[in-house]
Design a protein around this ligand. Structure first.
Ligand code: NAD
Length: 497
């Protein structure tokens, strides 16, 4: 099976370069993905430009009708799409269904795009002069997305880009490309004109072609921080509007007054769900004021109860990581920390899943006694590794978080409203949970971190998505009556009358 580009309403054959798609639970190749070059990207952009002219003129009623139909198709096809994601990504099927449901929130927001595109109107700003504002689509916009949410992260982008009248070109991760073509098929069935949603597959060559193509007006990127920075700088250099969301190293603070069993269960879900491969994962717990012993005891129970296996097996609660290199990286981080004096409370390095010996599995791991200079703490782990740091006060915990380079998500577990308020006011992070471990905002808010977790001025989806994918026009109107027509205009810059 070769997954190829989706252009003008169908998958097009590709005789160019390709690379293998692997099943992370076996390590075996299960397909190939085509790799677009600049010529393929240009073909996709050129036909998107033509399609956007008609789509940009389509009524809001028509656009919303397509979004409603697309939403229903997503609901009806959730299980099939979840199985496609699980097979190439490795996450469990229910977890994949969860990401589809969260992504669908953005589609539901786009179903009401008419309300979000309402302009302003001011009557009689000067004698007989009115002003109104509208927002119009940018044209052709592109989205470049990571492997870890092959359905949800693109859905932060395309429903809003399309509902606001743009054509959208998706360049998904080459590691799990099939979900994007499946979604393209759903859009077609929903009545979206061909060419308005295109998919080009590939790696750096495809990305670079999009970043520099003169007819791509804007780029949304989600992925690791070094690539986010590169994408932002390259696309800005080419004169485009850019939002580039990067990596994360999210901390969950646990106060001594927290319900420890509850906090540990929530933090374990954040640390080990999807094998820790979420930008809103919780790789660091910060135990405050002696909370460490009780928290670690509960975390040990949680980690040891996790059932690791292939994502399509009903009993599995945690799947593999995405590649052999990802597995090695996590194992190396653990080894380096233990060699430096950290204690492995739970050590997942030796885990073998029977019948899946070549799969990219690492067991849930909990470390304590880690130094802030160790990669297990200061790098983005993106694997099932939870580090427990111990500090004296809430101020120490906030200082620890604010000293890091990322600012995506964080959480506090406490029974104290005062502690929660101090934390939410002072911490330099874009998305905060109070007794909620993975505070991904619902689709009618916007998603975005601070510092090295987001480069650009707009967060993703929700109201900020509408602003990102549209540009404003202010229109000043006069319909002069006879007496006004007889008065000559002054050469002076007009004041108010
Ligand atoms: P990645 O940066 O390796 O890849 C992201 C995209 O960039 C892919 O489409 C990939 O093909 C492309 N790409 C990779 N290398 C490139 C290069 N040299 N030049 C141009 N394009 C390139 O990220 P990933 O491993 O797929 O995903 C994991 C990362 O994404 C983590 O760092 C995670 O935190 C981050 N992420 C962030 C958010 C967020 O909202 N901030 C959400 C999800 C994932």
């Amino acid at each position: 099976m070769t997954v190829s580009h989706w252009i003008d309403g169908a998958q097009v054959p590709s005789d160019g370069a390709s690379q293998p798609i692997l099943d992370p639970s076996t390590g075996q190749q299960i397909g190939e993905v085509a790799l677009a070059d600049a010529a393929v990207v240009d073909a996709a952009v050129t036909s998107a430009v033509a399609a956007q002219r008609g789509w940009g003129d389509a009524s809001l009623a028509k656009r919303m009708e397509v979004m409603y139909a697309f939403r229903q198709l997503l609901v009806d096809n959730t299980q099939e799409l979840a199985r496609i994601i699980s097979r190439e990504h490795g996450k469990t099927v229910p977890d994949a269904a969860g990401e589809i449901a969260r992504g669908r929130e953005s589609v539901e927001f786009a179903c009401g795009i008419g309300a979000h595109l309402k302009g302003d109107y001011s009557s009689n700003v000067s004698s007989g002069v009115d002003v109104h504002s509208i927002r119009q689509p940018l044209g052709v916009v592109a989205g470049i997305t990571p492997f870890n949410f092959p359905a949800m992260v693109p859905m932060w982008m395309h429903p809003i880009a399309i509902a606001t009248g743009n054509a959208f070109i998706l360049k998904p991760s080459e590691r799990d490309p099939s979900a994007s073509n499946f979604v393209a098929g759903l859009y077609k069935r929903a009545g979206l004109p061909d060419g308005v949603f295109q998919v080009v597959h590939g790696g750096k060559d495809a990305v670079d072609a999009l970043l520099t193509h003169p007819q791509v007006a804007a780029v949304s990127f989600v992925g690791s921080t070094p690539i986010a920075r590169y994408v932002q700088q390259t696309a800005i250099g080419a004169g485009k509007r850019v939002q580039a969301l990067g990596g994360a190293n999210n901390h969950a603070v646990v106060m001594p007054d927290a319900d420890m069993a509850f906090a540990a269960s929530q933090i374990a879900a954040g640390a080990f769900g999807s094998a820790g491969e979420r930008c809103m994962a919780v790789p660091v717990a910060v135990a405050v004021g002696g909370a460490g012993e009780a928290l670690i005891a509960e975390l040990r129970k949680e980690a040891e109860a996790i059932v690791v296996g292939p994502g399509d097996k009903a009993s599995t609660t945690m799947g593999p990581v995405i590649t052999a290199a990802s597995k090695q990286r996590v194992v190396d981080f653990i080894a380096e920390a233990v060699a430096g004096g950290a204690e492995a409370v739970v050590d997942g390095r030796g885990l073998v899943v029977a019948g899946h010996e070549e799969g990219f599995f690492v067991g849930p791991t909990v470390l304590r006694g880690v130094q802030t200079s160790m990669r297990a703490y200061c790098d983005e782990v993106f694997g099932p590794l939870l580090v427990v740091m111990e500090v004296d006060t809430l101020e120490d915990a906030i200082a620890l978080i604010n000293s890091g380079p990322y600012g995506n998500g964080t959480a506090i577990f406490t029974a104290s409203g005062e502690a929660a308020r101090v934390f939410t006011e002072r911490v330099e992070v874009g998305m905060i949970g109070v007794n909620v471990p993975i505070p991904v905002p619902v689709g009618y808010y916007s998603f975005g971190g601070w510092k090295n977790s987001l480069f650009g001025d707009h967060h993703a989806h929700g109201p900020e998505g509408v602003r990102f994918y549209t540009r404003a026009k202010a229109i000043t109107t006069r319909w002069p009556h006879q007496a006004q027509r007889n008065v000559s205009a002054s050469l002076n810059f007009p004041g108010h009358t």
